[in-house]
Design a protein around this ligand. Structure first.
Ligand code: FMN
Length: 191
């Protein structure tokens, strides 16, 4: 199973990095699979640890994809790492081994500490739609424009019917990013 999560890592300078990632869970062991090149990958190699954060504030997912990475963090308990302050739960990891790959190395990890901070308040379709839209935004360079527009039109139905204020804000950030991307692409091709 893959669980869409917020991964926090620390760089050599001690600077925290935050990125959405799909964590692969196999036999209760998490595997992180960052594409090359990425800061998360460099930090995992350097520090050998990471934190998986679970949040229902989908603005963190949308924010990381739209230049808003400044989310409040607090120190992890058992590793040299940072925990997202709004997380409902988190897991602290140590890397056991790295499976090298040209495109996407896999970091097989072990959970050394976990904690719950808040209650799960149930499923919301707009939250799922924002996460799907964030994935589309992370792949704008690779996906055909008509696919992106078709899928956004479908996802927008769940947002308009079920979103709260946080989901609406996250949705606006993502739609603005997509519009800016295609405006930039149009300007490029007119040159
Ligand atoms: C829900 C979601 C899941 C993602 N999962 C992954 C992943 O498993 N691996 C990856 O490399 N990028 C993934 N991405 C894209 C990264 O978050 C994004 O490219 C990020 O900037 C990673 O690079 P960085 O560590 O340099 O910030 C995902 C994005 C979203 C919205």
């Amino acid at each position: 199973m893959i669980v869409e999560s917020i991964i926090t890592t620390l760089g050599p300078d001690g600077v925290a990095h935050i990125a959405p990632m799909g964590v692969i869970w196999r036999d209760d062991q998490p595997i992180l699979a960052p594409f090359r090149p990425s800061t998360t990958l460099d930090n995992l190699r350097h520090n050998g640890g990471a934190v998986i954060n679970h949040t229902d504030d989908v603005r963190v997912f949308a924010g990381c994809l739209t230049g808003r990475r400044d989310w409040p963090l607090m120190p992890a308990e058992q590793i040299d790492g940072r925990v997202l302050q709004g997380a409902l739960a988190h897991q602290e990891l140590r890397v056991d081994r790295v499976e090298e790959d040209e495109q996407r190395p896999r970091f097989h990890c072990r959970v050394v500490h976990e904690a719950a901070h808040g209650a799960f308040r149930g499923f919301n379709r707009a939250q799922a739609a924002v996460i799907e839209a964030a994935i589309l935004v992370s792949r704008l360079n690779m996906l055909p424009r008509d696919k992106v527009e078709r899928e956004m039109a479908y996802l927008e139905i769940a947002v308009s019917k079920t979103a709260g204020a946080r989901e609406r804000e996250a949705w606006e950030w993502l739609t603005a990013r997509i519009a800016a991307f295609y405006r930039g692409a149009a300007a490029e091709s007119a040159r």
